[in-house]
Design a protein around this ligand. Structure first.
Ligand code: ZN
Length: 431
């Protein structure tokens, strides 16, 4: 494939100049092969791969045992440590590359351990796989936003039911889904292109699917293409159009993957980026940037204005209700960490599925059907749940601390820099 040709050319050019970089390239190759090998034991592990097809075929044929994968990962980490003193400490991108390979390899080792039967607590697991631990919250932390939502939605019955009844007015009719999504995608792309140069020929296709534990998914296919799937099992509310268009598309997952391919794989020959292991620190950056990208694309009141003027009419909803809807949405966002608490208790075995779903209904205002879907997501993806909200907060802090009071263009610039670098959570937190 085209990407493979570009890689070998760039790698050869780099190798002929500087042996240390060549060593890092060798470690990168071993890393890619290890991820592909581990993918044979864990169907969800390799989220994307667009490197040499024969390496994937080799992994399938060899089916290396877990213990052997673990041993090779340990040896590769040792080889990487030996490279440390040869790299130029002043070259930020090369230092980030080194840290990327180190953390990704350590997470791979942790995943080998989990698949071999090692039990980790929720926090141990998220530290090992995602390089981050979610803060703890108590029930009282969610009381204030719940009380504020309650005051806006008065009436008898539990708040979740009142909230659910209110939301029924904002369901996109299934027949209008694709029109609304297409409009949202076009607008997110237009806004992104004002500030970020995207590779020529980038594009994605959207498919509507059912029977999944997630609500949307971006499958990056290489060559600047993605397949985006939208799950229609449950009613889709109007806010999902911008959320999905930004999160899965522009400037979210599709843009992140396409920019990594263009800047790191094709220009620098960093083949480690041709594979994306889902249970790894890179996922915190991916989910965090995809969620924060919504605010970057639609700062302040711009989102409500666009929704009111364009998407509500396209969905056949009453535009006069857009302000109220988004006032309540902003409050429910403050409940997002309730989801982490439910997941932590459920996966640590402190509560069962029913209790976890009840907690989600009470503190995150999820309907019974959505709460049940969420517990199935927890079964499948476990501590991955922290990547959405903690990831967003870490990426947002990283960008906004550096942007200070500067305007949107500066935020886009910093955000674009993040999307074209191998930065991982622990490097995000450094000053
Ligand atoms: Zn995502």
């Amino acid at each position: 494939m085209a990407a493979g040709v570009a890689i070998s050319g760039a790698a050869a050019a780099l190798g002929s100049q500087t042996p240390p970089v060549n060593s890092m390239n060798e470690i990168a190759e071993r890393y890619v092969k290890l991820v592909l090998a581990l993918g044979q034991h864990d169907a969800a592990y390799v989220d994307a791969y667009y490197g040499r097809p024969e390496w994937k075929a080799d992994a399938e044929r060899q089916k290396r045992p877990l213990a052997e994968i673990g041993d090779t990962a340990a040896q590769t980490l040792k080889a990487l440590a030996a490279v440390r003193e040869t790299i130029d400490a002043g070259d930020t991108m090369v230092v980030l590359r080194y840290e990327y390979l180190r953390h990704q390899l350590q997470a791979l080792q942790a995943r080998v351990g989990m698949l071999s039967g090692k039990k980790l607590t929720f926090d141990e697991e998220s530290a090992a796989l995602y390089d981050a631990v979610a803060p703890r919250h108590s029930e009282s932390d969610f009381r204030k936003p719940l009380d504020e939502i309650g005051a806006l939605l008065p009436g008898p019955g539990p708040l979740m039911e009142r909230y659910d009844a209110f939301r029924q007015q904002f369901v996109i009719p299934p027949a209008r889904l694709s029109v609304v999504f297409d409009a949202a995608i076009a607008e997110c792309r237009r806004r992104t292109l004002q500030y970020l140069a995207l590779p020529k020929g980038e594009r994605f296709t959207v498919e509507y699917v059912t029977n999944k534990s997630w609500s949307g998914y971006n499958w990056y296919q290489g060559n600047f293409r993605s397949l985006i799937q939208v799950n229609t099992d449950l009613p889709i509310y109007i806010d999902r159009a911008i959320d999905l268009a930004c999160h899965e598309g522009y400037p979210g997952h599709h843009v992140y993957n396409a920019l990594l391919e263009e800047h790191l794989v094709r220009r620098r020959g960093w083949i480690e980026m041709t594979v994306y292991p889902l249970f790894s620190p890179q996922s915190l950056i991916a989910e965090g940037s995809a969620n924060y990208g919504i605010e970057v694309a639609f700062p302040g009141e711009e989102r409500v204005a666009y929704e009111r003027d364009v998407l509500f009419p396209a969905a056949g909803l009453d535009p006069a209700k857009a302000d109220e809807y988004y006032r309540i949405q902003a409050l429910t966002e403050r409940l997002s960490y309730a989801g982490n608490e439910a997941a932590r208790r459920y996966l640590d075995g402190e509560i069962d599925r029913k209790t976890a779903a009840a907690w989600l209904a009470r503190f995150a205002l999820m309907s019974p059907a959505r709460a049940e879907q969420r517990t199935r997501f927890m079964d499948d993806y476990r501590s991955y749940v922290i990547n959405y909200n903690l990831g967003k907060d870490l990426v947002k802090d990283f960008v906004e601390e550096r942007a200070g009071t500067a305007g949107g263009a500066r935020r886009w610039q910093l955000f674009g820099r993040l999307l074209t670098s191998p930065i991982l959570p622990s490097s995000l937190r450094q000053p």
